[in-house]
Design a protein around this ligand. Structure first.
Ligand SMILES: Cc1ncc(COP(=O)(O)O)c(C=O)c1O
Length: 382
């Protein structure tokens, strides 16, 4: 086959006229940091999830930090999470002095295996952090039952899950906390950014205050006409607010979420059809329960050659790829600090050595998917 001249990336954000117009309007408005557009973004996102509150933040990592902090997670506590997640979660748990306790995954979906959670619960366990991996929901009924039985908080890592539904319930709509990401690779972007959704009046106060230095009133209210610029701080906080400039982009993207996710599903259907039966490559598994997949990522497992070799070959064809994720319990500092061992999480390790994310983004043409599939056939058959 003829090699394409331009590089096909793993992902590319879809930025149209509406996104540009909204950002430009914000730039011209005289107020570009956190203000009314953030408020509108929070309200629209809150409605998407059905949660009582939505708090915008500068990234999902910041959101996770604030959530753990607001829940009082600290030294000596344990937090249950899959090792197959982005390292930011493990970093935040560790930086608060707590301990990540890893649960194995389902090899097919890469989601936490809920059946294995209970055996990891101890008197020190405070929270469970399932990940809706690649846009496929974790088994929230089972996870909710376990959390209620052991009086644990659930924080959904919904970084991949804007528009994911589990048995008709949206990610973020399970009555617990959820963290979304708007990094440029994600299903919708605000450049960088994130959202915490939750239902707790007390947490709401803490999250908003921790988000901005510990100051309880929003800056745009303090600096508005007749505002009082004075403030007090009861507990020191961080600088994790989302600027309106970015909320403007997020709002335009949120309006297109269904369009984007339908397109992703359409492209995935082509991948599935064209790659079916190609030995040497395993396609992503599907959760057994009813769900709507947000298809943040299309992750295959490489069987018939080393992943490094396949990455080299894909580069020869001008095709990009990603790795989501190196298993966290095998990261150097995690091994050193928490003594995690090889062989501890067999399904995670089996998957971790094989996974590779293929290009998937709404602006991708069907022909681009055909091209990737044809290249893979050539690579594996020759
Ligand atoms: C599963 C998961 N959790 C959390 C994050 C952190 O998101 P952010 O980059 O917005 O901090 C990511 C980002 O890649 C992720 O994939």
């Amino acid at each position: 086959m003829k090699i394409r001249e331009d590089f096909l990336p793993l992902s590319r954000p879809s930025i149209g006229e509406e996104e540009i117009n909204r950002v430009v309007a914000c730039l011209k408005s005289g107020w570009i940091t956190t203000g009314p557009l953030c408020q509108e973004f929070e309200e629209k996102f809150r409605r998407l999830t059905g949660a009582k509150y939505a708090v915008s933040v500068s990234s999902a990592t910041a959101g996770m930090h604030l959530a753990l902090l607001a829940l009082g997670i600290s030294a000596g506590d344990e937090v249950i999470t899959p090792s197959m997640t982005f390292a930011s979660t493990i970093n935040m748990i560790t930086l608060l002095g707590a301990r990540p306790v890893f649960v194995d995954i389902d090899y097919g979906t890469l989601n936490i295996n809920a059946v294995l959670i209970e055996e990891k619960i101890t008197g020190r366990t405070k929270a469970l952090i399932p990940v809706h991996f690649a846009g496929a929901p974790a088994d929230m009924d089972k996870i909710g039952d376990i959390a209620r039985k052991h009086d644990l908080v659930v924080i959904e890592d919904a970084a991949h899950a804007a528009g994911t539904y589990y048995k008709g319930v949206p990610a973020g709509g399970f009555g617990s906390m959820a963290i979304f990401s708007f990094h440029p690779l994600k299903n919708i972007t605000s450049g960088e950014g994130g959202m915490i959704t939750h239902n707790d009046d007390e947490l709401e106060k803490h999250l908003r205050s921790f988000r901005f230095h510990g100051i309880e009133r929003d800056a745009w209210k303090r600096y508005g006409k007749g505002g009082n610029p004075d403030y007090d701080i009861n507990i020191p906080g961080f600088k994790y607010n989302l600027p309106d400039m970015q909320a403007a982009l997020g709002l335009a993207q949120l309006a297109r979420l269904s369009e984007f996710n339908s397109r992703r599903a359409e492209l995935v259907a082509i991948y599935r059809e064209r790659l079916a039966g190609l030995s040497g490559l395993e396609l992503p598994g599907s959760p057994v329960y009813a769900h709507d997949h947000a298809w943040h990522l299309f992750i295959v497992k490489v069987l018939a050659m080393s992943r490094e070799r396949l990455m080299e070959k894909l580069s020869d064809y001008n095709i990009g790829y990603g790795l989501h994720f190196p298993a966290c319990h095998r990261l150097s500092y995690v091994k050193k600090r928490f003594g995690s061992k090889n062989g501890e999480l067999p399904e995670t390790e089996r998957a971790a050595g094989r996974i590779l994310s293929l290009p998937l983004f709404p602006g991708m043409e069907k022909e681009d998917v055909h091209y990737v599939c044809e290249a893979l056939r050539e690579i594996f058959v020759s």
